[in-house]
Design a protein around this ligand. Structure first.
Ligand code: SF4
Ligand SMILES: [Zn+2]
Length: 148
């Protein structure tokens, strides 16, 4: 089992791949097909890394009794540096990359975070804190874009 915790999109009732491909950890499930088909049916958003993606609407596949038309609560989160969960930039997932220069402090770092901006450009950050600080910068009025 992937080590991204069990409360991820790969194990969530609201992931379309659960009905199209099958349960993530069933022996007959094609892992690659499952990842390709992963789409959050609450947010209508593709989930490119489902076993390391999270949100507060998570509902375990197979439990039963889940709300039929839930409202999205908060942002989708990815796994950031030091295994901490960090919010997506709207529909863009942050990714861990090597050798970056931080857009906030200008520091060079062997490991960091890269995220697409609303303009199709990319920014990089040296830490979770600098990425999240950039996300909540005053330009966004202290709120996450397209989410909370
Ligand atoms: S984004 Fe949330 S609700 Fe959607 S599939 Fe992932 S954990 Fe489930
Ligand atoms: Zn920095």
């Amino acid at each position: 089992m992937p080590n991204g915790g069990s409360d991820n999109c790969g194990n969530c009732f609201y992931n379309k791949a659960q009905s199209e491909i099958g349960r993530a950890f069933d022996r007959c499930t094609d892992h690659e097909q499952f990842v390709k088909a992963s789409l959050c049916t609450i947010r209508n958003t593709n989930i490119p890394d489902p076993f390391y993606t999270y949100c507060r609407n998570f509902y375990p596949q197979g439990r039963g009794g889940q709300p039929k038309h839930p409202t999205a609560v908060g942002a989708i989160h990815a796994l950031g540096l030091n295994h901490q969960r960090i919010p997506w930039n709207g529909v863009y997932p942050p990714m861990l990359v090597d050798n970056i220069k931080c857009a906030v402090c200008g520091a060079s770092s062997h490991s960091g975070i890269r995220v697409e901006t609303v303009h199709g450009r990319f920014e990089t950050f040296c830490s979770n804190e600098h990425y999240v600080g950039w996300l909540f910068r005053p330009k966004n009025n202290g709120s996450l874009p397209d989410s909370e």
